[in-house]
Design a protein around this ligand. Sequence first.
Ligand code: BGC
Length: 751
Amino acid sequence: MKRDLKALIGQMTLEEKASLCSGSDFWHTQGIERLGIPAVMVTDGPHGLRKQAGEADHLGLNDSVEAVCFPAGCATGSSFDPDLLEHMGQVLGDECQAEDVSILLGPAVNIKRSPLCGRNFEYISEDPYLAGKLSAAYIRGVQSRGVGTSIKHFAANNQETRRLTISSDLSERALHEIYLPAFEEAVKAAQPKTVMCSYNKINGVYASENKMLLTDILRDQWGFEGYVVSDWGAANDRVKGLEAGLDLEMPSSNGYNDAKIVAAVQNGSLDEAVLDRAVERILKVVFSYVDARRPDTVFDRAKDHAEAVAVETQCAVLLTNQGVLPLGTDQKIAYIGEFAAAPRYQGGGSSHIHPSRVTSAWEVAQQKGRNVCYAKGFSAMRDEMTDAELAEAIQAAQNADVAVVFAGLPESFESEGYDRTSMELPACQNRLIDEIAKVQPHVVVVLHNGSAVELPWADRVSAILELYLGGEGVGEAADQLLYGEANPSGHLAETFPLRLQDNPSYLHFPGNDKRVAYGEDVFVGYRYYDTKQVPVRFAFGHGLSYTEFAYSNLQLSAPALQDGQTVTVSVDVTNTGKVAGREVVQLYVRDKNGTPERPSKELRGFAKVLLEPGECKTVTLTLAARDLSYYEERLHDWFAPSGVYEVMVGRASDDIRLTAELSFTTEKQIPFVVTLTTTLGELLTCPKTAPTIMQLLAPLAQSAGTDGLDEGSMNMMKKMIMEMPLKSLVSVMPGDQIELLIQQMNLLLAQ
Ligand code: BGC
């Protein structure tokens, strides 16, 4: 319906306008009855509805209506499947319509900087490209149902420790290259109705009052059209925030901050147009929901439970398999560990769903009449195992053909609100697995965790299946995957380092009481491990299948790419095994031009394809200049130097199957201004200034009597000369001549 929002705003009092800029309560926007403006509900998110009908809170403490708990971001990130995320979004969007929820508070796309972040389970990846593509798909799905999303937490909110006050201190390059692109992709490709600004500061300025972030980048550069909402309680100086681009404060501040807005307009310190702008943005989104409302939508929990199971089967990652999986129905199996009967399927905090039904693998095994026995072994709630439980578990393992240990992190080990201090599993679980491996050669470990864990026994077991926090249908999914009714196709969206100390943020996490320095800069996750050649337990992108895939015929549509154009990369992938399976084809790029501080490999494309046994499909991906680029601070923009790039295609960051070279040309150049501190080396490598410097150096070299020097000494001298700044020539030539030379070279460069 066409509405004249400006005219509507014109009918409001100043107080009414200010009141619209904060919630009416914990979960509703403010309405104005006399003008027909409804109060609409917003709800967490991201992997299900946490709609609170009674007592409200954002910590996951009080109850919410019965809903369906889908796999969390840690799991869906591993699907590498935008279609799956879009479909899940559609289902969630329908659920929102059924429950009259106007905005689902998700997706959560903060980068997994450290495995310790308590909220990694909700986040998608350590890689911004993957997080961007998957979150855009989720947003498209939810919003196709007329419901809005709130991509969060914008930005650089990568830890829970002091998340409400800490300053994330990072370089302009790291911000743009690692921490913003997932938001950028989502905004540009899917226009989320809202963006949620984070609690923390960025280089000393609260996200909620950060104009650079909320206006210059989000709106002016990326073209965001919706409204910005504060994370719950993230508003700081409300008037400053409004000016910076924070439109809606949540939850209600009980009129406290609204009064400040009114006073600022009245005393002339806030332009009323700024308030009108925020109100218009909020109303536009509110009415887009009102107009798309479908109150007759049915929340079919049984159907959506089956959807949750199906999603999880596409997310789980088979980390190792020495042939023991899939299990045979004729084998005698022991399920060990309380997670088999009481799986951990979601994380704590604001995303905590009240599920309609949770299935465990043990329950499903019984229903299906599998040849399985169960021994509790250890507690799913804490690091606790009695001697009797250990003995029973060992005996069950000994008597079985295969022992399947359901291990993982108890709920209290990782949650929103605090970070982990260790990457280890509970000690009792490691002990149990060790003991079982001594008596049973076929041990499978099934993992339930929201973030990378250390797996000291990885080489002593026959298979590891990572379920992550797989949602309420995790038991059915586990059963299908273990018995080969579903073929694992997830790939890790994060690296599993061997030990916590290997992680690049280790020395800088979680910072001190005021700030956290992102000292590893752009070398996050595999960008670090790969470049530094640090051995890891499982690399980014890793994931096995019950079938095998062969790669062949890598082709570029052209050997050279010009700035502004695109090149397509195609590769043939064949299922060479005996069962159908989905393969995740990954495309990485490397800069081969000696550009300083570039990771040795960056994900720039991926596709998931279903292949029947023997089937071959051609996968086509596209590359443009941005895919070759890094964020160049001297340009305040993305930049790829002209030169040669390596295009790598494979099934994991450490399993590249085919490579090709691509040359690239651009007119874009980094601005070069000669000063007294410019080195002779820089001047000699620039084609425009090199002749002048050669001319200058020839007589100097002669007078320095270099003729008699041997080759080694000459080389040493050349290297030292390359490092000399122009100012150091004052000892051999008059200073005013150097200054003149600088002027001449700058004129040359400007031509
Ligand atoms: C969380 C958000 C959540 C909000 C509302 C905050 O504490 O950081 O992710 O959407 O609460 O529950």
